[in-house]
Design a binder for this molecule. Structure first.
Ligand code: NAD
Ligand code: MG
Length: 396
């Protein structure tokens, strides 16, 4: 058994904590090389004390000073760094062979790309990175020669349902016709449109089946999450957009499916627990204990599936449109959505204005080719400025 050395980008978040939970149960298999967090210093300090990484990274100098002091008091000799460039060091200088990319949003793009270029095994949770720069990211993975394992539960399911050779040669003789991404529909699937105006952040973050970070929870409520996932699937699996379908499946038991030419549909089922895809990615191609309760099909009353109602979920149609437009449109979609969700969570813009901000930003920003990472980061910044002004005008 080879021992894997893991760097976790975003170790204090929901995915990060679940990843450490799986790692904790397999000390003979996994060593932690680097841990990174934004601002949760105390939680990161606890993680460093337990897992003794060689590098720990936080967002800013103040946080780094605090973390250094805590670690010094406990005689833990983890090197403490801070800032965006240090996230890249956590990947390239920690001696890791595997990187869990679990920083939320565009902030995760540069270090995730560095992991791809450096030929690491990349466990990709940070879908925003792929939405922003899918083409360049997939090229970087190819150049680096590392393995890419999707952690997002739907994409992990599809990866499991595809023929093993598909990712290397997606040739037509393998008979893959369609990918069916399932979606729970979030907490407001049955809420009448006229009641959506008064939704609060806590209501939006109370997902019926999954426990997740606040940004992705809001994205699940608006179904922007599923839109981002369609774009993610497009880049990961290389099928045309028309072959990627979304199905509402409120029970979140079937995590996604692949339909084949001969009439077969292969599905992956499981509990809504991210430790399953995380364990799959960490140990692939082996399978390990993930700490997840067994699925008991006899306790389920029904599995149901339905087409999503696009009028109820305008963010989903905006994402479809951006995916179709291609180029920089998904980058703009993602940037505007991050700004709108943050404004909803922190500044109290109305829930229904999330889609409005995204739509208006997409209308202002022209679509162009996304051909370098510098250009993509520039478009991301421009889109954030446009979205910021739109949010300001809504608030006044
Ligand atoms: P979270 O908010 O719980 O955690 C985010 C992590 O990123 C934290 O460790 C935080 O400290 C760090 N971070 C945030 N901003 C940062 C910055 N500017 N610089 C450095 N670090 C920063 O989010 P999460 O739910 O764990 O999701 C992480 C990613 O995984 C997201 O891209 C999300 O879409 C994806 N994902 C999550 C789930 C889930 O079940 N939680 C499922 C599928 C995909
Ligand atoms: Mg998902």
């Amino acid at each position: 058994m080879t021992i894997r050395h893991i760097a976790i980008l975003g170790s204090t978040g929901s995915i990060g904590v679940n990843t450490l939970d799986v790692i904790r149960a397999h000390p003979d298999r996994f060593k932690v090389a680097a841990l990174t967090a934004g601002k949760q210093i105390d939680r990161l300090a606890h993680q460093c004390a337990e897992f003794k990484p060689s590098i720990a990274v936080v967002a800013d100098a103040d946080g780094a000073t605090r973390l250094k002091q805590i670690l010094l008091d406990q005689k833990i000799d983890t090197q403490v760094l801070y800032g965006p460039q240090a996230l890249v060091s956590a990947v390239t200088d920690s001696g890791c062979d595997t990187v869990m990319a679990a920083i939320v949003g565009a902030a995760g793009l540069v270090p995730t790309l560095a992991a791809a270029k450096a030929g690491k095994r990349v466990l990709l949770a940070n879908k925003e990175a792929l939405v922003m720069s899918g083409n360049l990211f997939m090229q970087a993975m190819k150049q680096g020669g590392g393995e890419l394992l999707p952690i997002d539960s739907e994409h992990n399911a599809i990866f499991q349902c595809l023929p093993p050779q598909f990712s290397k040669t997606p040739n037509p003789s393998l008979g893959v016709e369609e990918l069916w991404l399932t979606a729970s529909g979030g907490p407001f699937r049955n809420t009448p449109l006229e009641q959506l105006g008064s939704i609060t952040p806590d209501q939006a973050c109370a997902h019926p089946n999954w426990v997740m970070g606040r940004k992705i929870s809001v994205d699940s409520a608006t179904m922007m999450n599923k839109g981002l996932e369609v774009i993610e699937a497009f880049w990961l699996f290389g099928l045309p957009l028309e072959k990627i379908k979304v199905l509402i499946h409120p029970q979140s038991v079937v995590h996604s499916m692949v339909r084949y030419r001969d009439g077969s549909v292969i599905a992956q089922l499981g509990q809504p627990d991210m430790r399953t895809p995380i364990a799959y990615g960490l140990a692939w191609p082996e399978r390990i204990e993930a700490g997840v309760t067994q699925l008991n099909l006899t306790q389920l009353s029904a599995l149901s599936f339905a087409e999503p109602d696009l009028a109820h979920f305008p963010c989903l149609s905006l994402a479809f449109a951006a995916a179709k437009a291609g180029g920089t449109a998904p980058t703009v979609l993602n940037a505007a959505n991050e700004m709108a969700v943050a404004a909803f969570l922190n500044e109290g813009i109305p829930y229904l204005d999330i889609s409005l901000v995204v739509e208006k930003t997409l209308n202002v920003m022209p679509v162009s080719d996304a051909d370098s990472i510098e250009y993509i980061l520039d478009i991301d910044m421009q889109a954030r400025k446009v979205a910021h002004d739109i949010i300001k005008s809504i608030r006044s």
